[in-house]
Design a protein. Structure first.
Length: 133
């Protein structure tokens, strides 16, 4: 992964960590229907990424390169690119899974805070009505 790509991934991860913290603190709130739809989409994205990780892991077992030493070296490079290498597809996909998981958690926290806020307001109104009687 290029340094720019790594920086972008880290930036996205940091941004979603910040948004999750804001949701935990009640600073980020979201409509329940929208948040639920976004969380469901994030779940679908994670499922797709999990499938991609499985497929990329299988690419570590390449064949058909021949018996030449250069072919074996090339086979090893492709296998590392798929899995276990510093810049492997599996590593990048797992970073994406981390971000999508943060997104899902953030959406769920943001809609939870609205639900808590709505319940708190309803309880206060109920208390005021009880006092008026």
């Amino acid at each position: 992964m290029s340094e720019t790509d790594q920086s972008e991934m880290q930036g996205m991860l940091t941004r979603w960590q910040t948004l999750k913290k804001q949701a935990e603190d009640g600073e980020l709130r979201m409509d329940t229907d929208i948040g639920t739809a976004l969380a469901a989409h994030a779940t679908r994205m994670r499922d797709q990424l999990d499938t991609m990780v499985t497929n990329a892991t299988r690419l570590a077992f390449l064949s058909g390169f021949g018996e030449l030493e250069s072919a074996k070296a090339l086979q090893g490079k492709f296998a590392q690119k798929a899995n276990n290498g510093e810049d492997s597809a599996v590593k990048r996909l797992k970073q994406s899974i981390d971000i999508v998981s943060l997104m899902k958690d953030t959406y769920e926290l943001a809609i939870g805070k609205i639900a808590e806020s709505d319940q708190s307001a309803a309880d206060k109104l109920a208390g005021l009505r009880m006092g008026d009687s």
